[in-house]
Ligand binder design. Structure first.
Ligand code: BG6
Length: 461
């Protein structure tokens, strides 16, 4: 069979924050596991020498758990570094020379989305696009209109089958397990609908701020940064119907069908917050109206979910760093004392940093009285993903498997849902750091109880 694997990894934005924190550690790990043996060409505008670049990569690995001498020497033996302007033909000419005999390069773009178009055009102009794959980071566009325009521009140089839109959440083991757990068991499907589920909450909390990335964050804000992509993907995996097979597009077809039934967001059902101190961050204006927190209520208008609200909440500088899904079942009709009905009868999916699935139930306390207590049954418990999302996704992209990448029609549907609340559609409300955001977020959920606040140690309040 013809080998269609990518034969060079060309990294635009190779000296950036993402490269340092996630990409080089992922590449080292892939090399260690014999999953990566192609040359790496790093492009940037930083003007670094190759030796400086190698030292910087070494530091990134040291900070991420350690340098594996063997893997590091393989990584750097085949490493080249190109400095240049992404708008200039000279950069692409140098790249073409550096590619040498490579016929099927993978171009990975960890650069601002506004540069995706110029890079794709530059590659095509210099004849480096044929046979190549283009992997782009999220967010894909800034809204529906800009995503459509970006798509049009990329398609002038690359066919859809060669474009891989990364949403690293899809590469998370725990996120994939949502789908597996739902459809590999028979007990969930009968109750996984509006007859038994009263509401769903998804919380993606981060105890840290924007980490010096003020310029990037000012351009996106929480809704574009994680709701339009990561959290809508989680909604989709939780709510979609069973895929009818396992081909590359089958799951994405279900993803699309689900997103199509999500109602566009209503600004009155969205709360935007900003942590106190955000405006003192580097590159953030003193009157910034960008949200670092968002809470919102989504509606899925289909036969399975009509009337079941999906609450999403995310924020920086919250009390913990964790992502959890809390699926609340309708309360039973019972003659027994149930003190806090909203606290029992639920499923909890912890997606990070550790991973578990649990079921909250009430059980009788020993003794003569028919009184009970809350117990949580853990179906699965793991420390963390063994394979990082980027390892999984790069491996797939190198092999040309797009199943875990976002198809354009799904991106477009996600923007359709989000578009009405972008910009300053709702006011931004300040909140104290180390709290669960503005009180307005609590009011948003009042008609369905209260937010379940995950704890760092895996507990819940
Ligand atoms: C990124 C966002 O996509 O996801 C960041 O840009 C966020 O703001 C990050 O912190 C969270 O990802 P993870 O995998 O570390 O939970």
């Amino acid at each position: 069979m013809e080998n269609t694997n990518s034969d060079a990894f060309v990294f635009f934005g190779a000296t950036g924050d993402l490269a340092y924190k996630k990409i080089f550690p992922a590449l080292q790990s892939m090399i260690r596991h014999n999953q990566f043996d192609i040359p790496i060409i790093g492009l940037s505008r930083a003007g670094w020498s190759l030796d400086y670049f190698k030292d910087w990569i070494r530091k990134s690995l040291e900070e991420d758990g350690g340098v594996d001498p063997d893997a590091f020497s393989k990584l750097t033996a085949n490493l080249q570094c190109i400095n240049g302007d992404y708008q200039s033909d000279a950069t692409y000419e140098e790249l073409c020379r550096a590619l040498g005999a490579a016929k099927r390069p993978l171009y990975y773009l960890a650069i601002p989305p506004s540069m995706f178009g110029p890079v794709a055009q530059g590659l095509a102009r210099l004849g480096c696009a044929a046979g190549a794959r283009l992997v782009v980071e999220k967010p894909f566009g800034r809204d529906l209109a800009s995503a459509q325009e970006l798509d049009r521009v990329l398609h002038q140089s690359f066919p859809e089958s060669s474009i891989f839109r990364i949403d690293h959440y899809l590469g998370k083991e725990a996120v994939q397990n949502l789908l597996y757990f739902r459809f590999a068991n028979s007990f969930l499907e009968p109750i996984w609908n509006r007859n038994y589920i009263s509401s769903v909450q998804i919380t993606m909390a981060e105890a840290f701020g924007v980490g010096g990335r003020g310029r990037f964050y000012e351009d996106v804000g929480a809704i574009r940064d994680v709701v339009q992509n990561h959290l809508l993907q989680v909604v989709s995996l939780l709510a979609m119907d069973a895929p009818v097979g396992r081909g590359i597009d089958i799951q994405r077809d279900e993803n699309l069908r689900l997103l199509r039934s999500v109602r566009p967001l209503d600004p009155s059902e969205v709360v935007r917050g900003q942590f106190l101190g955000y405006r003192d961050e580097k590159d953030v204006p003193k009157d910034s109206q960008v949200e670092t927190f968002a809470a919102l209520r989504l509606h899925i208008d289909n036969a399975r979910w009509a009337g079941v609200p999906f609450y999403i909440r995310t924020g920086k500088c919250l009390p913990v760093t964790t992502t959890e899904v809390f699926v609340k079942l309708k309360p039973p009709h019972t003659v027994f004392d149930v003190m806090e009905p909203h606290q029992s009868n639920y499923f909890r999916f912890r997606l990070s940093p550790d991973v578990f699935i649990s079921l909250g139930a009430r059980v009788k306390l020993p003794g003569a009285k028919m009184v009970g207590e809350e117990e949580e049954l853990f179906v699965q418990r793991k420390a963390a993903d063994e394979m990082t999302p980027y390892e999984r996704l790069f491996g797939d992209a190198i092999r040309g498997d797009a199943a875990l990448f976002t198809r354009y029609d799904c991106v477009e549907e996600a923007w359709r849902v989000i578009d009405p609340v972008l910009g300053h559609a709702t006011p931004v409300i300040e909140y104290e750091q180390d709290t669960w955001g503005p009180a307005e977020a609590d009011r948003l959920i009042e008609s369905h109880g209260r937010w379940h606040n995950p704890k760092q140690d895996g507990g819940t309040t």
